[in-house]
Design a binder for this molecule. Structure first.
Ligand code: NAD
Length: 294
């Protein structure tokens, strides 16, 4: 069992840290929110007074923070964690952030001989609680082997995508594709419905045909077609539009920096931004159907 410092105990980090405790690891936590720390203390964690205290002497430091700037402040520069750790600690940042910051943290860690991996997740709060997250990892092979030993206690599928930053690129690619096929699926179902087809029957037809995709198969955006999908529960999330907009922004940055002409991705990003600005940020992302319906 390992000594783990866990930083960032929000909707995702809280249940992830809790699963590490359940698996028998010794977990020291830190969050800016005292309430979040107290909750984890109740589940068996020790609470540190700073991220430095949570990280000191640990086998693993794991962070689950909102954005790149929080990750940069936590790890980089003179006061950052990398300046006070050594090769005995493996650092895993599971936050969804820009690939450029992940590469910068990876480069500074490599200079100091510290194993670092960006390991963003796929799967929301329910998967974090159930310990079924997918991790997309970027870093060297040696660090990946160490990372796998601990990530397996929080997730089901653990992929090595490539060098530092590659986890964030993989997540950007996946979520851009997810947005595109959710919009395409919504558009096709709406076109069928306006021409008198029953969306349930049309879904069955497309599922058995070449239009089959994940949005249609497990997350149908048309209300009433699939009982368990957010669409049939007033678009309660699920995966919020706000988070989809964040992830699409990161994907657009990756495309821009690598000079990819991602026409479909840009269109999907514009549609989701408009949907968010119309007041739908807290709804499930499959509610994009409502914007397409006008
Ligand atoms: P959240 O806002 O619920 O939690 C973030 C936590 O980080 C908060 O408790 C906050 O107090 C803490 N924090 C911020 N700055 C800090 C610092 N400097 N030191 C210590 N703690 C700090 O966010 P979340 O929903 O848990 O998401 C975390 C990350 O996971 C994000 O990058 C998000 O994009 C990603 N993600 C979220 C979901 C989801 O469904 N919520 C799914 C996949 C990935």
């Amino acid at each position: 069992m390992a000594n783990v410092g866990f930083i960032g105990l929000g909707n995702m980090g809280g249940p992830m840290a809790s699963n590490l405790i359940k698996a028998g690891h010794s977990v020291v936590v830190f969050d800016l929110s005292q309430a979040a720390c107290d909750q984890l203390q109740g589940l068996g964690a020790s609470v540190a007074r700073s991220s430095a205290e949570a990280a000191t002497g640990m086998d693993y430091v794991i962070s689950m923070l909102p954005a790149g700037k929080h990750v940069a402040i936590t790890y980089l520069g003179d006061g950052g964690l990398l300046s006070m750790l050594d090769a005995t600690t493996t650092v895993l940042d599971c936050s969804t952030i820009d690939a450029a910051t992940a590469r910068t943290v990876g480069a500074e860690a490599a200079e100091r001989g510290i194993g670092f991996m960006d390991a963003p997740v796929s799967g929301g709060v329910a998967a974090a609680a159930a310990g079924t997250l997918a991790f997309m990892c970027g870093g060297d092979a040696n660090t990946f082997e160490k990372a796998r030993l601990i990530l397996q206690d929080m997730g089901k599928n653990i992929f090595h995508a490539g060098r530092a930053g590659s986890g964030q690129v993989a997540k950007g690619c996946n979520n851009m594709l997810l947005a595109i096929h959710m919009i395409g699926t919504s558009e096709a179902l709406e076109m069928g419905a306006r021409n008198g087809l029953d969306p349930k029957v049309l879904s069955e037809i497309m599922l058995a045909s070449s239009g089959r995709n994940w949005s249609l198969e497990v997350y149908n955006p048309y209300p009433g077609v699939m009982e368990t999908a957010p669409a049939s529960n007033d678009y309660q999330p699920g995966f919020m539009v706000d988070l989809m907009v964040k992830d699409l922004g990161l994907a657009m940055e990756i495309a821009h920096q690598s000079e990819v002409d991602n026409v479909m991705g840009q269109l999907a990003s514009a549609l989701y931004n408009a949907h968010q600005q119309a007041g739908n940020g807290q709804k499930d992302f499959s509610s994009i159907l409502q914007t397409l319906q006008g």
